[in-house]
Design a protein around this ligand. Structure first.
Ligand SMILES: Nc1ncnc2c1ncn2[C@@H]1O[C@H](COP(=O)(O)OP(=O)(O)OP(=O)(O)O)[C@@H](O)[C@H]1O
Ligand SMILES: [Mg+2]
Length: 453
């Protein structure tokens, strides 16, 4: 029989957060049922130890009636998981029944008579209600218990010498416990909400991480398909040609040379994919260097010339990562969609924001199309996903037409405070003195150099 189940619940939306709160309220009703059973045991023990002042058998009968109610509530609270109709049970049933038992037992007729049960039963009411995480019902229960005690004591003592000080003092005590129970109930309620909201954020993050992982795998598959696989296939065709070529002719040598070149290409592309995948490269070299390498690799894949300009090395760890991911998407788009012959990549880390621009002279965006919105429905989430991340970090992403042709993409991100040190690290390594690095023209050659088998 489990009252409580541990573990962080899955909360995908606001509705789920409320459902978690309701679930905790249902669990509270179960705790109430257990407490009620304890009260029955205590009441019967008190009857045995200190006989009621009046009407023994009637008191026992009513206590047994309360035991039946307690058992019924126990059964219902464990079976009925969906309904919250038990919320008002404390003020509407427990309080009247316990008051009736005390009245029948004559607890209110003699100011000098005192039994442990009559003194504490009313204190128990707001405490019992507080378990439901419903502050209003706790408040109603507490107020009703205080009032009932005051009235029952006042009326019961009318014919005798009333002990007003005791009645007022005890009523105040019940009121104080009631207020404490309401506050406890409020705190518990807000804690459950907080936990539920944390669970909601966790669900969202998980979903986003899974989507990001899927995209990375797809990007990797595409890069391997478009790069090394094509080179290996080309090498195989060249080897087929070499096998059929006459041994003495120049065709054999030529085909073998082409196959060798294609295999070199495959090795180089695989090496650059491996480099790109390793996060340490970005951390060690800084975003400027990593983006430059990326631009050069894309220049080879997209057969365009690239000019890379940067005024510093790093924008801070997290901003570096985000800038790199945006740069990768923008450059991948240029390779896939732009058919450009010249591309300019600009990284500016001086000032309050980091700016990344990728401008191409390709076919440009289709007229009347909003690239950040229109292709989302077809599952093209590249730009949209990056834009969401950038905006969450307080930045912006825009895509406009480039003059005279092509597309201009611009990403801005607030610089991390720690990156101010990074900005003073100066120009990217290997610059032209003014912090500008120019790889126009022979990007492909620059990457191929130093690659071996
Ligand atoms: N540099 C560009 N030149 C021309 N069109 C572009 C360029 N960049 C983006 N686009 C257009 O914007 C659309 C949306 O780009 P986005 O990156 O969101 O999706 P995708 O590249 O088609 O698919 P995914 O990135 O999800 O694999 C592209 O389909 C393309 O039509
Ligand atoms: Mg894309």
């Amino acid at each position: 029989m489990r009252i409580w189940t541990a573990g962080l619940p899955d909360a995908a939306d606001k509705h789920a957060v409320e459902e978690i709160l309701r679930d905790h309220q249902r669990r509270g009703v179960r705790v109430q049922a257990v407490l009620r059973a304890c009260v029955v045991v205590v009441a019967l023990t008190v009857i045995v130890l200190i006989r009621p002042r009046e009407r023994l058998w009637a008191t026992i009968a009513l206590t047994l009636l309360y035991a039946v109610w307690s058992a019924a509530m126990m059964a219902v609270s464990w079976r009925d998981r969906g309904r919250n109709s038990l919320a008002l049970a404390v003020p509407l049933v427990d309080l009247p029944l316990l008051t009736l038992i005390l009245c029948v037992a004559g607890d209110f007729t003699d100011p000098n008579w005192s039994s442990p049960f009559s003194a504490d039963a009313f204190v128990f009411i707001p405490v019992l209600a507080a378990f439901q995480l419903r502050p209003r019902i706790t408040a109603v229960s507490g107020a009703a218990a205080t009032l009932t005690y005051a009235v029952a004591s006042g009326v019961g003592h009318l014919h005798a010498q009333p002990d007003l000080q005791f009645t007022i003092g005890h009523a105040l005590f019940i009121a104080m416990i009631s207020i404490a129970s309401v506050v406890l109930s409020l705190i518990q309620q807000s804690r459950v909400r907080l936990i539920a909201e944390l669970a909601q954020q966790r669900s969202k993050l998980l979903a986003r991480t899974v989507a990001a992982g899927d995209r990375e795998r797809r990007d990797l598959a595409e890069a391997l398909h478009d790069g090394p696989l094509q080179s290996v296939l080309a090498a195989r065709l060249d080897l087929d040609e070499a096998r059929d070529a006459p041994p003495q002719g120049g065709g054999l040598k030529e085909a073998l040379g082409r196959a060798e070149e294609a295999l070199r290409d495959a090795a180089r592309q695989l090496r650059s994919s491996v480099t790109e995948l390793h996060p340490a490269v970005l951390e060690r070299a800084g975003v400027s260097r990593a983006l430059e390498e990326l631009a050069l690799r894309c220049a080879v894949r997209g057969r365009f010339e690239v000019r890379f300009t940067s005024d510093a090395t790093t924008a801070g760890r997290d901003t570096d990562r985000m800038l790199y991911q945006c740069g990768r998407e923008l450059l991948a788009n240029v390779v896939r969609h732009a058919r450009a012959s010249h591309v300019e990549v600009l990284l500016a880390l001086a000032g309050p924001v980091a700016v990344l621009e990728v401008r191409d002279d390709g076919v440009g965006l289709a007229a009347g199309r909003r690239p950040l919105v229109d292709r989302l429905a077809d599952g093209h989430i590249g730009l949209a996903a990056q834009r969401v991340r950038v905006e969450e970090a307080g930045g912006s992403m825009t895509l406009t037409a480039n003059a005279p042709t092509g597309t201009a993409a611009r990403v801005t991100l607030p610089l991390e405070p720690s990156a101010h040190g990074g900005r003073t690290t100066g120009a990217a390594g290997g610059g032209n003195g003014d912090g500008t690095r120019d790889k126009a023209g022979d990007g492909a050659g620059a990457v191929t150099g130093g690659e071996g088998r």
